[in-house]
Design a binder for this molecule. Structure first.
Ligand code: F6P
Length: 555
């Protein structure tokens, strides 16, 4: 039986604290000049200010007690050592092994995991080098200029997000594109202006069964062979087509037999293992487009960034442990303040896909209604994660965070040194940008009282509309610059935050059964959409009327 967290002494203590809790960030900062210092922490290169959260030392201590009562340390150690903590799939959960140094040792289920990881990394590095140097040639002898990654979910979101985040580190003359959606528009648009002779496709799929990815891969193969034949580069014979596929298609998967069935030479396949969850796989072979775009050293730095946070999470007492504290704070907000969503707001344009990436990480992990033992959960789980880069968000949805009726805890992320130190006249634009970053958490925390509004001469009738209530919790996370290491650190930070929440709720954060039903029904409905009337009448009335409308209206 999984522990009912709501029966723990720490939970009772938190409930009691919440009952009489009166958030007063203004007063707390006035009364305690050390508050910022008391509640700021470092993890790796990240400086994390928790002081504008709705906490005091008692709350933080009770959250730490909760971590102890749910056995967070034991569960973390079980994960790091390869116990099968993904119980519904009976799998180890070892993404932390993907970033451990070669000199470490870890044998799980009879396999030397670290040796396997580094053998694959070496193969990825060698392949990436050959593409980067131009040694790897397409079927007509030309070097590769564009890498198109075909994958979805964890086989897409991580690579896209990190590629965008680290664009300044990309090798000139090489570009990556990402095809994910089964909407044919995605593939059509991404290949439209490409030269097949200089294009390399990476088909990335952990299972190599995913409908979207295999459909897109087949469409890409058809496009490639057709375009090559059209250009007179191949004659369309099976032999020349096979040669073209070998030179323009590689794969990333745990199912190497299925890769071969697709026609991709297993020599050009990069493996990983069932103990890497899709949403935890950007640092596995799934990161191949990144290794090609960024090079070996940058990818190694990226992995070292993850590892720095893994060690921090493993070695730091909870009271100073940033992922643990941030995960526990999320529990405080979700389960006591009943917050239903959490904003992540990077003040870094290069992180513009970070929230999308986090949505899979957090919501596919913790969007669960039963515990690891199958019993219903004991309390709310899985808040909605969302966000956009600042300052764009300021001019869109921040209104609701500042003055709406919901409590939305928010993480603000920024770096000290910009990639582009541009000026507007004398003004350093990055500094202007950061002034916004600092101003927003200040406004959210301290607000503006009615008296302050009146003192500005505002007409009484609109005073309340211009009051900012304040006491909106935020965490500020700052890094030195958006380097490969810092990006790795940020990802690992959120991986462990997600883990902490899952442990407190007693759920299996590493399965994703909730995505299966829709996939199965799509296959059942497909014949009806293709026009099979017998299949159509078997559907429910709403599906029938929708499909019929579609069939009548398709041009
Ligand atoms: O359907 C959800 C999911 O299973 C994700 O967990 C996964 O990242 C994605 O599909 C893609 O799966 P695959 O890498 O096996 O193609």
């Amino acid at each position: 039986m999984t522990l009912d967290v709501t029966t723990t002494a720490a939970w009772a203590k938190l409930a009691k604290l919440y009952e009489s809790f009166e958030p007063d960030l203004r007063g707390w900062f006035e009364d305690d000049p050390n508050r910022a210092k008391t509640f700021s922490r470092t993890a790796g290169d990240l400086y994390v200010d928790l002081s504008k959260n709705l906490i005091n030392s008692e709350v933080l201590d009770a959250l730490v007690e909760l971590a102890d009562e749910v056995g967070l340390a034991e569960r973390r150690d079980a994960m790091y050592s390869g116990e099968h903590i993904n119980v519904t799939e009976d799998r180890a959960v070892l993404h932390t092994a993907l970033r451990r140094p070669k000199t470490d040792e870890l044998v799980v289920d009879g396999q030397d995991v670290i040796a396997d990881v580094h053998a694959t990394l070496d193969k990825m590095y060698a392949f990436a080098d050959s593409v980067r140097s131009g040694e790897w040639k397409g079927v007509t002898g030309k070097p590769i200029k564009t890498v198109v990654n075909i994958g979805i979910g964890g086989s897409d979101l991580g690579p896209v997000m990190v590629y965008e985040a680290l664009l300044p580190y990309k090798q000139a003359g090489l570009e990556c594109r990402f095809v994910s959606n089964i909407d044919p528009t995605d593939c059509a648009e991404k290949v439209a202006d490409l030269d097949p002779e200089t294009t390399l496709f990476i088909v990335a799929s952990k299972t190599f069964t995913t409908l979207e990815t295999l459909t897109n891969a087949r469409m890409a193969r058809t496009w490639l062979l057709g375009a090559l034949k059209g250009a007179g580069a191949v004659d369309g014979s099976d032999e020349q087509n096979a040669d073209a596929i070998a030179k323009h298609f590689v794969a990333v998967s745990t199912a190497l037999d299925k890769v071969a069935e697709f026609g991709i030479d297993p020599v050009n396949a990069f493996g990983f293992w069932d103990w890497v969850g899709g949403r935890y796989s950007v640092d596995s072979a799934v990161g191949l487009p990144l290794v090609i775009a960024l090079g070996k050293q940058n990818f190694a730095d990226f992995l070292a960034g993850f590892n720095a946070i893994d060690r921090h999470f493993a070695e730091t007492p909870w009271i100073d442990n940033v992922p643990a504290l941030m995960g526990l704070l999320n529990i405080w907000y979700v389960n006591f303040f009943k917050a239903r969503s959490h904003a992540v707001l990077p003040y870094a344009q290069y992180l513009h896909r970070f929230a999308a990436y986090l949505q899979q990480l957090t919501m596919e992990s913790n969007g669960k209604g039963v515990k690891a033992d199958g019993a219903p959960v004991d309390t709310e789980t899985g808040e909605i994660f969302w966000g956009e880069p600042g300052t764009n968000g300021q001019h869109a949805f921040y209104q609701l965070i500042h003055q709406g009726t919901q409590l939305i805890p928010a993480d603000f992320i920024a770096v000290a040194t910009p990639a582009h130190p541009l000026k507007d006249g004398d003004a350093d634009v990055h500094e202007l940008f950061l002034a916004n970053f600092f101003a927003q958490t200040k406004a959210l925390a301290f607000g503006k009282t009615a008296d302050e509004v009146r003192a500005e001469g505002v007409a009484e009738a609109i005073v309340t509309a211009r009051v900012f209530p304040g006491n909106k919790p935020t965490t500020s996370i700052m890094g030195p610059a958006l380097t490969p290491s810092v990006v790795g650190q940020l990802i690992a930070l959120y991986e462990h935050i997600t883990f902490v929440q899952g442990i407190v709720w007693g759920i299996d954060s590493f399965d994703q059964w909730g995505v299966e039903l829709g996939k199965k029904l799509a296959m059942e409905i497909a014949p009806a959409v293709f026009g099979d009337e017998e299949a159509l009448v078997k559907q429910d009335a709403s599906t029938q009327s929708l499909v019929s409308w579609y069939l009548e209206n398709r041009n």
